[in-house]
Ligand binder design. Sequence first.
Ligand code: ADP
Ligand code: MG
Ligand code: MG
Length: 911
Amino acid sequence: MEIAIETKKRVYRFGDKSADGNSTMKNLLGGKGANLAEMSALGIPVPPGFTITTEVCTEYNALGQETVLGMIKEEVEDAVNNIARIMGTEYGNVDNPLLISVRSGARVSMPGMMDTVLNLGLNDEVVHGLVAKTNNERFAWDSYRRFIQMYGGVVLGMKPESKEDIDPFEEIMEHLKEKRQIELDTQFTVQDLKDLVYDFKDAVKKRTGHDFPSDPWEQLWGAVIAVFNSWNGDRAVYYRNMHGYPAEWGTAVNVQAMVYGNMGDNSGTGVCFTRDAGTGENVFNGEYLINAQGEDVVAGVRTPQQITKLGSQRWAELAMVEEADRAQNYPSLEELMPQMYQELFAHQATLEAHYKDMQDMEFTIQDGKMWILQTRNGKRTGAAMVKIAVDLYKEGSIDEAEALLRIEPNKLDELLHPVFDPKAIKRAHIIAQGLPASPGAATGQLVFFADEAKKFRNTILTRIETSPEDLEGMNLAKGILTARGGMTSHAAVVARGMGKCCISGAGALKIDYKNRTLTVEGKEYHEGDWISLNGSTGNIIEGKVATIEPVLSGEFAELMAMADKYAKMEVRTNADSPKDAKVARNFGAKGIGLTRTEHMFFEVDRIKAMREMILADTVKGRRQALGDLLPMQREDFEGIFEAMDGLPVTIRLLDPPLHEFVPHQLATQKELAEDMHISLQAVKNKVAELQEFNPMLGHRGCRLGNTYPEITEMQTRAIIEAALNLKAKGIASKPEIMVPLIGTVKEFLEQERIIRSTADEVFEAYGDRVEYLVGTMIEIPRAALLADQIAEHADFFSFGTNDLTQMAFGYSRDDAGKFLPIYLEKGLLIVDPFEVLDQEGVGQLVQMGTERGRKTKPQLKVGICGEHGGEPSSVEFCHRMGMNYVSCSPFRVPIARVAAAQAAIKANMVH
Ligand code: ADP
Ligand code: MG
Ligand code: MG
């Protein structure tokens, strides 16, 4: 990439009720920086500071540390001095010091994935100045030891050496706590804190060979570089890849005056949400800690208390704490500091009204003054996403189109997952109770380390607390359980973002990493033991619990109705059985876009007849076997037509290569030989004969029906007879017979001739008729090229984008596993083209096929039935192509409906 080293603005200031930037500048200032600027201009009390742009991060990656620091030095120094001016202090001054934080912040929020350092500017002299200035010795030394701890970890690489180890600084603190027989950080004396500072610095020297940097400016540059580096750290890279965020974005760096939540009992810090991020309920909620600094709440060091009285009461109910005890020992902020609570409440209301979305905020109370340190659109579960969007619409804050655009279609999937069967829950043995941090039902085997989350098929990752390093394991586990941390802990926030079931703060759990055990009230559980988590109630349950289908909320139905108003395309489903068809109809499918008939042949009683058909050497033999299959196939279609009750049903004729049906194991081959009264050798010969060098390009698709016309005849007969049988019962059906893998016009014509003449025979025999269509799949590039000719005969087109992708790329789907993952890792491909339609290349074939087809037949019905039919960006593409419908698996139908609506809305916005 080209980088201009011209003089441009690289530092944007905020504070004092004004700002250089605003919330629309997220790409340049990162989400945190843009929102700090916006809040500052809104008059929200934000500590003054500035943002070094994401462009500088990119420049750093290209040009290196020295050049970039040279480029920003002056601007940064001026901006630091500006903060000092506003605060009436000076950075590095011993008597009147300014302390600052250096915070990461990419354009999208990546909670905890990058680094932040607090309390920069402290050293052995400044700490004395801070004591004198604040008259608070304990606070000054507490800040200093926190600074060395954070800076040491983030900038100087003082991390645990192995996964069983704890943080080297934590270890020193644990030792001291043991020696002093205390439990909490807050119980350290001033002398303890001084000792810690000394020991921490000693540990740094021992491990790194260097003294801890005492020059405040050196500290600042070190932290800025560390934040830039954290953009390419393991956690951030994993998170970025998971979400498809490109490396070019970079992170901004926010430098901000420190405000102190650790100044005593009139100070504190917390995190709050304007609505419930788990359920979407419109209740203000959050957690706080008295006498603590920001990261304490998120890191789950101490389990925090609830901000609102209602939240505190709900918590007490779960924790089985008596009301009197609760009010006394676990008061809410609302009760403890009513004035601070009022202010916080007002700010959250202002910010939600301003951003018109649920906000996730950080605040710090310094000696009775409220400061807001961050706001962002809060991460939420799928259920909360739907409820909040619909509620905001009903409250008049956003319109319907905006509500629909707020939906991340893929997250709807979470709502459709099974939940625990209430009857099974009643009988279950609840071993402990935690906080319902992220709803859902999870059953799995216990594992204690994130990198072992794949050890069993279904795992419950159980940790004292999670850290951002655990992200990958959290993603792989079925559920997450932590002993510490509240509803705003890292585990909780990340789990909700992933839509993963999570219980946090289950204090009764004793976790022993070394022995890999979990002990609750004397009972020991081991790695591999089964447990279940109910993320909606916080119940931790022994063993497995049965699940049932979820009940969908009223808001879900309202959202879907909204989507249908805007969508121009219909959503159909891919379904091979009446059961799938019913599920899909419940999710709002308007028809079936693909019934794969071969799936029906794999069932036990049918596969035999199918094999006999394949093994038959004569047309007569084949017809006989097909005769056995006919009634079964007819019954299948009757079931599906009935389930769809008059909606169109597209049925694809037999498609896969025949060798997929024949037995490959000796025992089954013997059995078949006996059944058919032929020799084992004959079976073996036939199997060998069916072997193909390249089955994906071999004897399959319409090539089967054209070489064995009796297969097409039988299938047509089954379809038409099913429709007529239902008609006799007063049930309508709309069969659409689809010919697969057409490459030439004649291939289609031959199949069409067989289908129509067979249908006529059936009509004659029944003395009745039904309407039906004969169309084709467009999945061989040649068919897309000749679409104008094919459309002269075909009633409809359906793009089979799985095969089309395979043939356009020349990637065999069966062999792609050998190279696709490597291609993705190396960035040779950005996404898997079998998941996300390649609009640039394969898309051209789709566009050409659609346009050429419609040139011949303007009203030609066009749809898509590959896996892409339920993938939001591909659905949007189909809308732009002017398709009539997309078809996808039943559980993706709601996703496609919303994606179709969003496509229509976005297309409208452009005009
Ligand atoms: P993350 O993106 O991981 O949340 P942040 O940059 O928001 O990291 O900072 C971590 C914690 O430190 C937050 O709780 C934040 O509120 C707190 N914090 C950051 N800067 C300051 C500051 N200037 N004064 C007081 N607390 C701060
Ligand atoms: Mg933050
Ligand atoms: Mg195909």
